[in-house]
Design a protein around this ligand. Structure first.
Ligand code: SF4
Length: 249
């Protein structure tokens, strides 16, 4: 039976093992040009999910396959069945990608409703969709991520994530550092979540926040020969990746 959910990056695997599963789509747009992050703006250039291991073909193929799955009428049933079979405690939606339509957001709301014992969490720049959705189940936490098209719709009452250049800037702005552990503060309802950016280069950094997970291999282990030919240094989860060019958008 095919698994669509993966264990995500090293940060999550180390802390939560099999208790936490992730689900990701192509970041910003798919190979055929379908826009998966309609709310993206400044974040596109610095997006972790458009760098490094995310560009490796098994990862992009898996993302494209998941995007196709989300367009199927039985997406909700398939993911619910997998959750009930694998029994995670937490599901991190979108280590890459975003809610690209109302219907797709509603699928995840339905999945959360059918799995009340599982905690679902995610970041989004699609603020209008969440406002339209109205009811979000208590076991489904959606954090608004700054740096998108609809930042002006975020209020002080919303759980919000902002990306900073340094921990010093993060502290000075009064945000809680969620760079190494985001699930617990999100679950606790912390309103101001700060993430320190460690992307390719400070040249592409701006305050437009990347909420994608850094260097998730989407559950795919890179063989040594591939790591060598790609000039990748460090572990397969990309703790010390060699920078590759950001694709143009
Ligand atoms: S940071 Fe998020 S919204 Fe922006 S391009 Fe990456 S995945 Fe999409």
């Amino acid at each position: 039976m095919k698994n669509w959910l993966s264990h995500g990056n090293r940060k999550y695997r180390k802390k939560y093992g099999r208790k936490l599963l992730t689900f990701g789509l192509p970041a910003y747009k798919s190979k055929d040009g379908f826009v998966t992050c309609p709310g993206a703006k400044e974040c596109i250039k610095g997006c972790y999910a458009r760098q490094g291991f995310y560009l490796w073909s098994p990862v992009t193929k898996a993302q494209e396959a998941r995007l196709k799955l989300t367009r199927r009428h039985d997406f909700m049933e398939i993911i619910t069945a997998e959750i009930q079979r694998r029994k995670p405690k937490y599901v991190r939606i979108h280590d890459a990608g975003d809610f690209y339509s109302v219907r797709y957001l509603n699928y995840w709301i339905g999945i959360a409703l059918q799995n009340p014992e599982v905690f679902f969490f995610t970041y989004t720049k699609m603020i209008p969709l969440v406002r339209i959705a109205g009811f979000i189940p208590p076991n489904f936490r959606i954090v608004f991520s700054e740096g998108g098209v609809w930042d002006n719709m975020i209020t002080e009452h919303d759980q919000t994530a902002r990306v900073f250049k340094s921990i010093k800037d993060l502290n000075a702005a009064g945000f809680v550092n969620a760079s190494h552990e985001d699930m617990k503060p999100i679950r606790a309802g912390v309103r101001k979540l700060g993430l320190v950016y460690h992307g390719i280069s400070s040249r592409v950094f701006n305050t437009g926040g990347c909420h994608a997970e850094k260097e998730s291999t989407a559950g795919v282990r890179l063989p040594n020969r591939v790591r060598k030919t790609r000039g990748v240094k460090g572990s397969e989860d990309g703790r010390r990746p060699t920078a590759v060019p950001v694709p143009s958008v």
